[in-house]
Ligand binder design. Structure first.
Ligand code: PNS
Length: 163
């Protein structure tokens, strides 16, 4: 039984995130999508909204025999991973710029918890430039985000802004 944590902000979840979850499902029996509760950031969607959205979009994706759980956490990721008895952390890497940032974090996490492995996965090329931050920027400026996020996310973003 191999369990991984896929941590992140997921504000909002993108098709790139879903691609990584599906790839992670090939390697792990269980993936816990762990939304960081970050009081310092003003998010677009609340943690509760992000949980609901993730649960909804996960219903539509092929997970094979893998169990995908949605949760949230505060504080140190390695501590949360230990509590959930996880074997690994999964992170998506799109470009070299991601790698440098992720390597630093992975090394720090290894120092804090040597038994926990970090697994970097590459999304499909089509999502290599997709980030939650850019999706929000394009959406807020009236651009088309179709194909970058699941349709439910786009709907929820419209409801949030237009009411
Ligand atoms: O989607 P994001 O915003 O890139 O995710 C960043 C995340 C949640 C992976 C990162 O902020 C994190 O691990 N936060 C937990 C705090 C922590 O453990 N920090 C010290 C280890 S580097």
């Amino acid at each position: 039984m191999r369990r991984a944590i896929y941590p992140g902000s997921f504000d909002p979840v993108t098709n790139g995130h879903l691609d990584i979850i599906q790839r992670g499902c090939k390697l792990f029996d269980e993936i816990i999508i762990a939304i960081l509760i970050n009081p310092e950031k003003t998010p677009f969607f609340s943690v509760q909204e992000r949980k609901e959205i993730l649960a909804e979009v996960l219903r539509d994706i092929e997970q094979g025999g893998c169990t995908v759980i949605v949760d949230s956490f505060e504080g140190l990721l390695v501590q949360y991973a230990a509590e959930r008895k996880a074997d690994a952390i999964v992170r998506g890497i799109r470009a070299i710029s991601d790698y440098e940032y992720e390597l630093q974090r992975a090394m720090m996490n290894r120092r804090l918890e040597p038994a926990l492995e970090t697994v970097f996965m590459m999304p499909a090329e089509a999502y290599s430039y997709v980030s939650s931050r850019l999706v929000k920027e394009v959406f807020q400026l009236g651009g088309n985000i179709g194909g970058l996020v699941p349709p439910i996310v786009e709907q929820r973003m419209k409801v949030k802004v237009l009411g």
